[in-house]
Design a protein around this ligand. Structure first.
Ligand SMILES: *[C@@H]1O[C@H](CO)[C@@H](O)[C@H](O)[C@H]1NC(C)=O
Ligand SMILES: *[C@@H]1O[C@H](CO)[C@@H](O)[C@H](O)[C@H]1NC(C)=O
Ligand SMILES: *[C@@H]1O[C@H](CO)[C@@H](O)[C@H](O)[C@H]1NC(C)=O
Length: 300
């Protein structure tokens, strides 16, 4: 009885093995030559854009919008996953992660499935997967590139101007999504005499928005000395210390600056001077020890 049981089991195993081998052959034939015809794509879901990946660029702090366009969705569901850890973020329009910054939607029940990431962080950058619940699932990869906006002030963080001349401060923010809101303030009071300016620069990787705000005061007086702050919607505030000085004060300060900038030069000069002095001392000693030096001294 046990023998017949073993025989039956062996037969079973052999059958299973044969099925497996057969499936392997079928599977292998798929990868040989031309790609297999997927009949399901004719009627089943497919991504609208034939390319299976796309790139989204966003500035840190803004809302990232990842789009997945699918046609013939029928009754299938769409999920968004994070590629880094294959973490399930959303299914349909429900968020499945504790991080509530991730929100998905299907506007007007159209063919677009959108994942929004609010207050996007640098660490959110990377691949995201838009997956349709077919068997096997169909996947679209979206590469999220997060970059930081950069704010700069000119002429610098420390500004010296002469009384009566033009005080001009420019705050420039690059990479902030339009519209970037900029403001100049002094002692927490917003300044009115400012000129906004917005344009785009081509960085080679596509246009990058630039916003500029110029604060002008002419003629500058001693009262204009103080700390000015440039604030923008997507960068930390920058302080600028302004010193409005009378002509002679400015000249003295510039002289002082020039002096301090050549400290090394002066050091070298001191070394040369010291060396010359030592040499002179040695030479006078040498003269002193020479016999004729004594003679001349005596004769004199
Ligand atoms: C398809 O891709 C093109 C460019 O790659 C893009 O302009 C267009 O918006 C995309 N369409 C959809 C529906 O995503
Ligand atoms: C989708 O609909 C088809 C019939 O059109 C049905 O066979 C299938 O089970 C449905 N799938 C799901 C996930 O509801
Ligand atoms: C900028 O200046 C303000 C005062 O106007 C001060 O409170 C703040 O701490 C300064 N910020 C920095 C980063 O120095």
């Amino acid at each position: 009885m046990s023998l017949s049981c073993t025989a039956a089991l062996t037969t079973c195993l052999l059958l299973l093995l044969q099925v497996c081998v057969a499936q392997d052959v079928i599977g292998a034939s798929h990868y040989r030559g031309a790609p297999p015809i997927q009949y399901s794509t004719l009627s089943g879901p497919s991504f609208v854009n034939s390319s299976s990946s796309s790139e989204v660029r966003v500035v840190a702090g803004a809302t990232a919008i990842l789009t997945c366009a699918i046609r013939n969705i029928h009754n299938q569901t769409v999920s968004w996953l994070r590629g880094r850890d294959i973490r399930l973020l959303t299914i349909g329009s429900a968020t499945y992660t504790t991080d509530k910054r991730f929100v998905s939607s299907n506007p007007q029940q159209g063919h677009e499935w959108i994942l929004k990431i609010h207050y996007v962080r640098m660490s959110d950058g990377g691949k995201y997967l838009c997956q349709v619940s077919t068997t096997p699932p169909k996947t679209l990869y979206v590469d999220l590139k997060v970059h930081e906006a950069v704010a700069t002030v000119s002429p610098g963080n420390e500004v010296h101007v002469q009384t009566g001349s033009l005080l001009e401060l420019v705050c420039r923010v690059e990479g902030c999504p339009t519209p970037a809101m900029l403001s100049w303030s002094r002692d927490a009071r917003q300044m009115q005499d400012t000129v906004p300016n917005a344009y785009e620069i081509d960085t080679g990787k596509g246009p990058r928005p630039v916003a500029e705000l110029t604060m002008k005061k002419s003629p500058a007086t001693g009262q204009d000395s103080g700390i000015y702050t440039c604030t923008s919607t997507c960068t930390p505030p920058i302080n600028v210390t302004v010193h409005v000085l009378r002509g002679e004060e400015l000249a003295a300060m510039q002289h002082h600056n020039r002096g301090s900038s050549s400290t090394r030069e002066r050091g070298t000069m001191a070394m040369v001077f010291l060396g010359t002095t030592v040499l002179q001392l040695l030479m006078s000693l040498w003269w002193h020890w020479l016999p004729w030096a004594d003679d001349t001294d005596g004769s004199a």
